[in-house]
Ligand binder design. Structure first.
Ligand SMILES: [Zn+2]
Length: 145
């Protein structure tokens, strides 16, 4: 059974603030919390996202993101220092849908949680949680608290 994803209010607000700040460019950051995104779960086990840590998007294009390895490593270390696990990543599609783009399907890391927020963070947000595996995109049930 696919893991259910719970986005806590503090993680949601931090993420939406980063989306607003980055618009019209894409926001990107790390999702910290509890759980194992690669595992299948029986019953109601969940990935609990307790924080979002924004990182700088160094891409010059409007519809993509690039995160330098050193930036990622520093953010991952911050999560570890807080006692959180790196569950995956969130990014925004300011002018698109919440569905993973072709580039997302090609380039995003496998077997971790991905969260996409559609919109600029100012209005109602559309969300998509998924993981990429050898089987392709697996949408995960998402609960936004
Ligand atoms: Zn994308």
């Amino acid at each position: 059974m696919l893991p259910r994803v719970l986005l806590t209010p503090i993680a949601r607000e931090t993420l939406l603030a980063a989306v607003r700040q980055a618009a019209p460019r894409e926001a990107i950051g790390l999702l910290g919390g509890v759980g194992d995104a690669a595992a299948d779960h029986a019953g109601t086990a969940a990935l609990r996202v307790t924080s979002f840590l924004a990182v700088a998007n160094t891409s010059t294009a409007a519809d993509t993101f690039v995160v330098p390895a050193a930036t990622f490593a520093a953010a991952a270390a911050t999560l570890r220092a807080r006692g959180e696990i790196l569950l995956g990543f969130a990014h925004s599609h300011p002018a698109g849908s919440a569905m993973p783009s072709l580039q997302d399907r090609r380039e995003l890391w496998r077997d971790c949680l991905h969260l996409i927020v559609a919109g600029d963070g100012a209005g109602p947000a559309d969300w998509c949680a998924f993981r990429l595996t050898s089987r392709g995109v697996e949408p995960l049930p998402l609960e936004v608290a």
